[in-house]
Design a binder for this molecule. Structure first.
Ligand code: CA
Length: 521
């Protein structure tokens, strides 16, 4: 009997030691903060024509600090610069052709939205014992799969007092959407403990069009003089015919009512705007008090030509940056909550956005093109003890790489058919010798909003080759000589060797990723 008891005791002791050991070896937590349309020019830590302004106006102190504490990637890109497709790629580690979500238009995606039955990294992490939660913008149509908790805005959702789809039906959360999404994320964070790791995906709606700031941010940049990008008045010389046919110019295509919050000749704001309709009486008062006088002076000024373009540009940039300021404030709150939880040292924090955006470059707003501003994705990562503070990795990484990265962080093995590669060794300061030397891009959504032609392309650390394949027009840019991409050198005899090499690389990528030559729609 005694011997049995002692055996039992030894077993219990062993078991408790195993448990203690297991809790020590717990996988790291992942806090993945993902904004919508946040471009690198609007982050103080990123080098760009807007950087001095951003720093002088304290645009993103919390994101800049995150970058100082970890790594900031200069060569981070998407594979298809638009909301839904980038999100589907993040979840699956595969380009659009393999995950089935080519575009936001109905014919470019599965009838019922993203096919959530396919492999995704949140499902794998959940199976491995992670507590998983997603809050905010989803934009994939179907219900999230692989999450213990989810509260996502329907479609593009609302900027103010937004509704959220949940497994138990729709709920409304008060406040600006950036605050509401942060509140839900902090609620989830507060429920976490050292017992099991968590994956928290906090996905802001802002700064997506129509750039509606929180009423508390109206004073921000009120009297600031906004600098202009060199290419604001671009007339697209040397480039392809699709640039003449797009519909995303600030001058010609930005809407007064929704984008600029102007409804001439009424001078008051358009109450048909779905975001405006959701404001509380108090918020509406603040909104009218801010935009009303501005609209009256706009009407009195009777601007035309370049003056009108510059007015639109400045008002657009101010509202966009006000949305960014709110994001940064809320990221600060979220990171403070993580510190308070005591789990920050064991948490990989990633900040990114689904694609970049034009802040007037080439005269544009919106995204979609393979040109730098919309191709690049911000990527900032902090992982105490793993990432050296102040790191600036140069490797060419892409949104296909997030899923395999999160898998490796969780100690899991990715399936072989993913298109991306884990960035963990890059985060730790060592780029694998066989890391990719170029990235692949393909955009499909045409005809569609903004009328950006279908194109495909490849970019390495210096050159970018683009092919508008419907009209069979090519562009080549030497990014070292021409970082603004205004001089297409595809026909230039000095570059024919590069053209030949990159065409071969493009074909190789399409073979590797199994991209059909002919679009399936
Ligand atoms: Ca987006």
């Amino acid at each position: 009997m005694l011997r049995h008891l002692s055996t039992l005791y030894r077993c219990l002791l062993l078991l408790s030691l195993t448990w203690a050991g297991a809790s020590h070896a717990k996988s790291p937590n992942i806090l993945f903060i993902f904004a919508d349309d946040h471009t690198i020019q609007a982050i103080g830590a990123y080098e760009s024509w807007l950087q001095d302004f951003a720093q002088a106006h304290d645009l993103t102190p919390n994101l800049d600090r995150l970058a100082e504490q970890g790594a900031i990637f200069d060569n981070s890109f998407c594979g298809n610069s638009i909301c839904g497709p980038s999100r589907a790629t993040i979840l699956t580690g595969k380009h659009s052709n393999a995950n089935g979500f080519y575009g936001n238009n109905a014919e470019l995606k599965p009838k019922d939205g993203f096919d959530g039955s396919q492999w995704t990294f949140p499902k794998e992490l959940q199976k491995a014992g992670y507590n998983t939660g997603v809050f905010g913008k989803w934009h994939l149509g179907s219900e999230p799969t692989g999450f213990d908790e989810w509260k996502v805005i329907p479609g593009q959702g609302s900027y103010y007092n937004p509704d959220f789809r949940t497994p138990d039906g729709m709920i409304q959360v008060q406040g600006h959407s950036t605050q509401a999404i942060t509140n839900l994320s902090i609620e989830f964070l507060k429920k976490q403990s050292d017992d099991s790791p968590f994956l928290l995906m906090c996905q802001f709606k802002a700064p997506h069009r129509t750039w509606m700031p929180d009423t508390d941010q109206f004073d921000y940049l009120r009297d600031a003089v906004i600098p202009k990008p060199d290419t604001l008045y671009d007339i697209y010389e040397t480039r392809s015919s699709p640039l003449w046919h797009q519909e995303m110019e600030i001058g010609r295509h930005m809407q007064y009512e929704h984008d600029l919050k102007i409804n001439p000749p009424l001078v008051t704001y358009d109450i048909q705007n779905p975001h405006y309709k959701r404001l509380t009486p108090e918020q509406r008062k603040a909104f009218d008090a801010f935009y009303g006088p501005r609209n009256r002076s706009f009407e009195a000024a009777n601007l035309t030509g370049l003056e009108l373009l510059e007015f639109k540009y400045e008002e657009y940039i101010k509202d966009y940056l006000r949305c960014i300021k709110e994001i940064d404030d809320q990221v600060g709150r979220l990171l403070a909550a993580l510190d308070e939880s005591g789990m920050a040292d064991d948490t990989l924090v990633i900040y990114s956005a689904d694609q970049g955006f034009y802040l007037g470059e080439h005269g544009w707003f919106d995204k979609r093109w393979m040109y730098e501003e919309s191709l690049r994705m911000p990527l900032i990562a902090r992982w105490p003890g793993k990432i050296k503070p102040g790191s600036k990795p140069e490797a060419l990484v892409q949104n296909i790489d997030y899923a395999p990265t999160f898998m490796e962080v969780a100690g899991l093995k990715s399936p072989k058919n993913l298109h991306g590669e884990s960035m963990v060794s890059i985060l730790k300061g060592k780029t694998p010798s066989n890391w990719r030397e170029s990235i692949y891009y393909r955009y499909y959504e045409y005809p569609g909003p903004h009328m950006v032609a279908r194109h495909r392309g490849v970019r390495d650390d210096r050159y970018k080759l683009m092919h508008f394949y419907v009209t069979d027009e090519w562009e080549l840019f030497d990014l070292e000589e021409d970082p603004q991409e205004i001089n297409n050198v595809y026909e230039n005899s000095d570059y024919q060797g590069i053209v030949k090499r990159l065409k071969k690389t493009l074909a190789q990528h399409e073979k590797t990723y199994d991209v059909p030559n002919k679009d399936p729609f």
